[in-house]
Design a protein around this ligand. Structure first.
Ligand code: GLU
Length: 302
Protein backbone atom coordinates (compact mmCIF):
# COMPACT_ATOMS: atom_id res chain seq x y z
CA UNK A 1 0.00 0.00 0.00
CA UNK A 2 1.19 3.55 -0.72
CA UNK A 3 2.45 5.43 2.30
CA UNK A 4 0.25 8.15 3.76
CA UNK A 5 2.45 10.85 2.32
CA UNK A 6 2.20 9.43 -1.15
CA UNK A 7 -1.59 9.20 -1.14
CA UNK A 8 -3.20 11.83 -3.29
CA UNK A 9 -5.39 14.26 -1.37
CA UNK A 10 -9.01 13.17 -1.36
CA UNK A 11 -11.60 15.06 0.65
CA UNK A 12 -15.33 14.79 1.10
CA UNK A 13 -18.51 16.45 2.27
CA UNK A 14 -20.84 14.11 4.14
CA UNK A 15 -24.25 15.71 4.78
CA UNK A 16 -27.07 13.97 6.61
CA UNK A 17 -30.34 14.45 4.70
CA UNK A 18 -32.34 15.71 7.67
CA UNK A 19 -33.30 18.99 5.98
CA UNK A 20 -32.20 21.53 3.37
CA UNK A 21 -28.64 22.88 3.31
CA UNK A 22 -28.21 25.80 5.75
CA UNK A 23 -25.33 28.22 6.26
CA UNK A 24 -23.57 25.94 8.76
CA UNK A 25 -23.53 22.95 6.45
CA UNK A 26 -22.46 25.12 3.51
CA UNK A 27 -19.40 26.19 5.55
CA UNK A 28 -18.32 22.54 5.79
CA UNK A 29 -19.04 21.96 2.09
CA UNK A 30 -17.05 25.02 0.97
CA UNK A 31 -14.15 24.44 3.39
CA UNK A 32 -13.73 20.80 2.40
CA UNK A 33 -14.06 21.64 -1.31
CA UNK A 34 -11.53 24.49 -1.30
CA UNK A 35 -9.01 22.61 0.79
CA UNK A 36 -9.21 19.61 -1.57
CA UNK A 37 -8.94 21.68 -4.73
CA UNK A 38 -6.17 23.89 -3.34
CA UNK A 39 -4.17 20.69 -2.76
CA UNK A 40 -4.83 19.55 -6.33
CA UNK A 41 -7.00 16.82 -4.82
CA UNK A 42 -10.41 15.29 -5.39
CA UNK A 43 -13.61 16.09 -3.55
CA UNK A 44 -16.50 13.67 -3.04
CA UNK A 45 -20.00 13.86 -1.67
CA UNK A 46 -21.32 11.12 0.59
CA UNK A 47 -24.95 11.13 1.64
CA UNK A 48 -25.10 9.97 5.27
CA UNK A 49 -28.59 8.54 5.11
CA UNK A 50 -28.16 5.59 7.45
CA UNK A 51 -30.72 6.83 9.89
CA UNK A 52 -33.71 6.48 7.60
CA UNK A 53 -36.26 7.25 10.36
CA UNK A 54 -34.64 10.72 10.77
CA UNK A 55 -34.42 11.38 7.05
CA UNK A 56 -36.65 14.04 5.53
CA UNK A 57 -38.17 12.99 2.21
CA UNK A 58 -36.58 14.83 -0.68
CA UNK A 59 -33.80 16.38 1.47
CA UNK A 60 -30.99 14.40 -0.18
CA UNK A 61 -32.01 15.52 -3.67
CA UNK A 62 -32.52 19.05 -2.44
CA UNK A 63 -29.01 19.17 -0.90
CA UNK A 64 -27.43 17.84 -4.10
CA UNK A 65 -29.33 20.34 -6.27
CA UNK A 66 -28.25 23.17 -4.00
CA UNK A 67 -24.57 22.14 -4.03
CA UNK A 68 -24.75 21.99 -7.81
CA UNK A 69 -26.27 25.48 -8.01
CA UNK A 70 -23.34 26.73 -5.89
CA UNK A 71 -20.82 25.22 -8.31
CA UNK A 72 -19.75 22.56 -5.80
CA UNK A 73 -19.33 19.70 -8.26
CA UNK A 74 -17.91 16.41 -6.96
CA UNK A 75 -15.28 14.36 -8.77
CA UNK A 76 -17.24 11.14 -8.70
CA UNK A 77 -20.72 9.87 -8.14
CA UNK A 78 -22.40 10.49 -4.82
CA UNK A 79 -22.31 7.52 -2.47
CA UNK A 80 -25.34 6.69 -0.30
CA UNK A 81 -24.72 5.04 3.05
CA UNK A 82 -28.04 3.18 3.06
CA UNK A 83 -26.69 1.04 0.20
CA UNK A 84 -23.50 0.09 2.02
CA UNK A 85 -24.74 -2.14 4.85
CA UNK A 86 -22.59 -5.07 3.70
CA UNK A 87 -19.41 -3.07 4.14
CA UNK A 88 -20.36 -2.01 7.66
CA UNK A 89 -21.29 -5.60 8.54
CA UNK A 90 -17.91 -6.85 7.30
CA UNK A 91 -16.08 -4.29 9.42
CA UNK A 92 -18.16 -5.25 12.46
CA UNK A 93 -17.30 -8.92 11.90
CA UNK A 94 -13.62 -8.07 11.55
CA UNK A 95 -13.73 -6.27 14.89
CA UNK A 96 -15.68 -9.14 16.46
CA UNK A 97 -13.16 -11.68 15.20
CA UNK A 98 -10.37 -9.75 16.88
CA UNK A 99 -12.26 -9.53 20.18
CA UNK A 100 -12.96 -5.80 20.11
CA UNK A 101 -16.75 -6.01 20.07
CA UNK A 102 -19.28 -7.39 22.53
CA UNK A 103 -23.07 -7.66 22.66
CA UNK A 104 -24.86 -5.36 25.09
CA UNK A 105 -28.28 -5.80 26.68
CA UNK A 106 -28.58 -2.31 28.16
CA UNK A 107 -31.40 -0.04 27.14
CA UNK A 108 -31.17 3.71 27.38
CA UNK A 109 -33.29 3.49 30.51
CA UNK A 110 -30.87 0.98 32.14
CA UNK A 111 -27.98 3.37 31.48
CA UNK A 112 -29.96 6.35 32.75
CA UNK A 113 -30.73 4.45 35.97
CA UNK A 114 -27.02 3.89 36.55
CA UNK A 115 -26.33 7.57 35.90
CA UNK A 116 -29.01 8.42 38.48
CA UNK A 117 -27.23 6.06 40.87
CA UNK A 118 -23.99 8.02 40.57
CA UNK A 119 -22.17 6.77 37.47
CA UNK A 120 -20.93 9.59 35.22
CA UNK A 121 -23.62 10.32 32.64
CA UNK A 122 -22.55 9.87 29.03
CA UNK A 123 -19.98 7.21 29.86
CA UNK A 124 -21.09 3.62 29.41
CA UNK A 125 -20.38 1.93 32.75
CA UNK A 126 -19.40 -1.38 31.19
CA UNK A 127 -22.29 -3.49 32.51
CA UNK A 128 -22.10 -6.06 29.68
CA UNK A 129 -18.36 -5.90 29.04
CA UNK A 130 -17.72 -9.33 30.51
CA UNK A 131 -20.90 -11.01 29.33
CA UNK A 132 -24.64 -10.44 29.12
CA UNK A 133 -26.52 -10.51 32.43
CA UNK A 134 -28.42 -13.84 32.75
CA UNK A 135 -31.65 -13.94 30.80
CA UNK A 136 -31.07 -10.63 29.02
CA UNK A 137 -30.94 -10.66 25.21
CA UNK A 138 -28.38 -8.64 23.24
CA UNK A 139 -29.69 -5.34 21.93
CA UNK A 140 -26.67 -3.55 20.52
CA UNK A 141 -23.00 -4.19 19.77
CA UNK A 142 -20.32 -2.14 21.51
CA UNK A 143 -16.64 -1.52 20.95
CA UNK A 144 -14.43 -2.32 23.92
CA UNK A 145 -12.26 0.80 24.29
CA UNK A 146 -8.68 0.23 25.42
CA UNK A 147 -7.11 2.01 28.41
CA UNK A 148 -4.92 4.34 26.43
CA UNK A 149 -4.93 7.89 25.17
CA UNK A 150 -5.83 8.63 21.55
CA UNK A 151 -3.55 11.43 20.43
CA UNK A 152 -4.19 13.50 17.37
CA UNK A 153 -3.34 16.80 15.80
CA UNK A 154 -6.03 18.86 14.16
CA UNK A 155 -4.72 21.18 11.44
CA UNK A 156 -6.67 24.09 12.92
CA UNK A 157 -7.65 23.25 16.48
CA UNK A 158 -4.29 21.87 17.63
CA UNK A 159 -3.37 18.82 19.68
CA UNK A 160 -5.76 16.48 21.51
CA UNK A 161 -5.19 13.68 23.94
CA UNK A 162 -8.33 11.74 24.71
CA UNK A 163 -8.95 8.78 26.98
CA UNK A 164 -12.09 7.25 25.54
CA UNK A 165 -12.65 5.30 28.75
CA UNK A 166 -13.15 8.69 30.42
CA UNK A 167 -15.01 10.54 27.67
CA UNK A 168 -17.56 7.97 26.47
CA UNK A 169 -16.60 4.43 27.47
CA UNK A 170 -17.38 1.44 25.26
CA UNK A 171 -19.45 2.86 22.40
CA UNK A 172 -22.15 1.47 20.15
CA UNK A 173 -21.30 0.22 16.65
CA UNK A 174 -24.65 -1.38 15.88
CA UNK A 175 -27.74 0.02 17.50
CA UNK A 176 -30.66 -1.75 19.15
CA UNK A 177 -32.84 -0.85 16.15
CA UNK A 178 -30.43 -2.75 13.88
CA UNK A 179 -28.89 0.36 12.30
CA UNK A 180 -25.13 0.76 12.11
CA UNK A 181 -23.84 3.67 14.16
CA UNK A 182 -22.50 6.80 12.48
CA UNK A 183 -19.06 6.22 14.10
CA UNK A 184 -18.60 2.90 12.33
CA UNK A 185 -20.09 3.90 8.98
CA UNK A 186 -18.05 7.10 8.67
CA UNK A 187 -14.79 5.24 9.32
CA UNK A 188 -15.57 2.40 6.94
CA UNK A 189 -16.56 4.86 4.21
CA UNK A 190 -13.66 7.24 4.68
CA UNK A 191 -11.30 4.27 4.28
CA UNK A 192 -13.19 2.65 1.40
CA UNK A 193 -13.28 5.97 -0.47
CA UNK A 194 -9.58 6.62 0.14
CA UNK A 195 -10.24 9.85 2.06
CA UNK A 196 -6.93 11.39 3.15
CA UNK A 197 -8.36 14.56 4.68
CA UNK A 198 -11.48 15.14 6.72
CA UNK A 199 -12.55 18.80 6.80
CA UNK A 200 -15.80 19.32 8.73
CA UNK A 201 -17.43 21.23 11.57
CA UNK A 202 -15.84 21.37 15.01
CA UNK A 203 -18.97 19.83 16.55
CA UNK A 204 -17.45 16.55 15.33
CA UNK A 205 -14.18 16.96 17.26
CA UNK A 206 -15.84 14.92 20.00
CA UNK A 207 -16.18 12.00 17.62
CA UNK A 208 -12.67 12.13 16.20
CA UNK A 209 -10.85 10.02 18.81
CA UNK A 210 -13.46 7.26 18.45
CA UNK A 211 -13.02 7.33 14.69
CA UNK A 212 -9.22 7.24 14.90
CA UNK A 213 -9.40 4.23 17.21
CA UNK A 214 -11.68 2.43 14.74
CA UNK A 215 -9.36 3.20 11.84
CA UNK A 216 -6.47 1.78 13.85
CA UNK A 217 -8.32 -1.37 14.90
CA UNK A 218 -9.42 -1.98 11.31
CA UNK A 219 -5.83 -1.54 10.09
CA UNK A 220 -6.64 1.50 7.95
CA UNK A 221 -4.64 4.68 7.41
CA UNK A 222 -5.91 7.50 9.65
CA UNK A 223 -6.91 10.62 7.71
CA UNK A 224 -5.70 14.13 8.61
CA UNK A 225 -8.32 16.28 10.30
CA UNK A 226 -9.28 19.94 10.07
CA UNK A 227 -12.26 21.01 12.15
CA UNK A 228 -13.76 24.31 11.01
CA UNK A 229 -15.54 26.68 13.36
CA UNK A 230 -19.24 25.97 13.56
CA UNK A 231 -21.77 28.71 12.84
CA UNK A 232 -24.07 29.46 15.76
CA UNK A 233 -27.13 31.66 16.17
CA UNK A 234 -27.25 34.65 18.52
CA UNK A 235 -28.00 32.36 21.44
CA UNK A 236 -24.81 30.44 20.74
CA UNK A 237 -26.63 27.34 19.47
CA UNK A 238 -25.15 25.54 16.46
CA UNK A 239 -27.17 26.28 13.32
CA UNK A 240 -29.21 23.21 12.52
CA UNK A 241 -32.67 22.22 11.52
CA UNK A 242 -33.54 21.85 15.22
CA UNK A 243 -32.50 25.44 15.97
CA UNK A 244 -34.51 26.70 13.00
CA UNK A 245 -31.62 27.54 10.62
CA UNK A 246 -32.89 28.99 7.34
CA UNK A 247 -32.09 27.14 4.09
CA UNK A 248 -29.37 28.86 2.05
CA UNK A 249 -30.54 30.96 -0.86
CA UNK A 250 -29.52 29.06 -3.98
CA UNK A 251 -30.94 31.82 -6.19
CA UNK A 252 -28.05 34.12 -5.19
CA UNK A 253 -25.17 31.69 -4.80
CA UNK A 254 -22.25 34.13 -4.95
CA UNK A 255 -23.64 36.42 -2.23
CA UNK A 256 -24.05 33.44 0.05
CA UNK A 257 -20.65 31.95 -0.82
CA UNK A 258 -19.00 35.32 -0.20
CA UNK A 259 -20.40 35.28 3.36
CA UNK A 260 -19.05 31.75 3.84
CA UNK A 261 -15.56 32.84 2.74
CA UNK A 262 -15.68 35.76 5.11
CA UNK A 263 -16.81 33.47 7.94
CA UNK A 264 -13.77 31.32 7.13
CA UNK A 265 -11.43 34.32 7.56
CA UNK A 266 -10.45 34.52 3.90
CA UNK A 267 -11.26 38.29 3.57
CA UNK A 268 -12.86 38.25 0.12
CA UNK A 269 -12.93 41.70 -1.55
CA UNK A 270 -16.31 43.49 -1.65
CA UNK A 271 -16.26 43.48 -5.46
CA UNK A 272 -16.40 39.69 -5.48
CA UNK A 273 -19.96 39.79 -4.11
CA UNK A 274 -21.35 40.65 -7.54
CA UNK A 275 -19.01 38.40 -9.55
CA UNK A 276 -20.12 35.36 -11.49
CA UNK A 277 -19.65 31.87 -10.01
CA UNK A 278 -16.55 31.06 -12.10
CA UNK A 279 -14.78 34.27 -11.07
CA UNK A 280 -15.77 33.72 -7.46
CA UNK A 281 -14.34 30.19 -7.36
CA UNK A 282 -11.15 31.25 -9.10
CA UNK A 283 -10.52 33.91 -6.45
CA UNK A 284 -11.51 31.57 -3.60
CA UNK A 285 -9.13 28.86 -4.80
CA UNK A 286 -6.22 31.17 -5.52
CA UNK A 287 -6.56 32.74 -2.09
CA UNK A 288 -7.48 29.77 0.12
CA UNK A 289 -5.18 29.97 3.11
CA UNK A 290 -5.78 27.78 6.15
CA UNK A 291 -3.57 30.11 8.24
CA UNK A 292 -6.40 32.63 8.12
CA UNK A 293 -9.07 30.26 9.42
CA UNK A 294 -10.30 31.38 12.84
CA UNK A 295 -8.99 28.77 15.32
CA UNK A 296 -12.30 28.59 17.13
CA UNK A 297 -14.96 25.96 17.59
CA UNK A 298 -17.98 28.22 17.42
CA UNK A 299 -18.71 31.60 15.86
CA UNK A 300 -21.98 33.44 16.46
CA UNK A 301 -23.71 34.80 13.39
CA UNK A 302 -25.44 38.18 13.62
N1 GLU B 1 -23.09 13.43 8.47
C1 GLU B 1 -22.45 14.21 9.49
C2 GLU B 1 -23.21 15.47 9.74
O1 GLU B 1 -23.94 15.91 8.86
C3 GLU B 1 -21.04 14.62 9.12
C4 GLU B 1 -20.10 13.50 9.22
C5 GLU B 1 -18.67 13.85 8.94
O2 GLU B 1 -18.37 14.84 8.23
O3 GLU B 1 -17.83 13.10 9.40
O4 GLU B 1 -23.08 16.03 10.81
Amino acid sequence: MASDNARRYRGRFAPSPTGPLHFGSLVAAVGSFLDARAHGGEWLIRMEDLDRPREVTGAAQDILRTLDAFGLHPDSETVYQHQRGDLYQQALEQLEATGHVYPCACSRRDIQRLADAGYTPGIYPGTCRNGLPPGRPARSMRLRVPELAIRFHDRLQGGFDEWLSQSCGDFVLKRADGLFAYQLAVVVDDAAQGITDVVRGADLLDSTARQILLHQLLGQPVPRYLHLPVAANRQGEKLSKQTGAAPVDAARPVETLWTVLEFLGQSPPQGLRSAGLAVFWRWALDNWDTRHLPPRRLIKQH
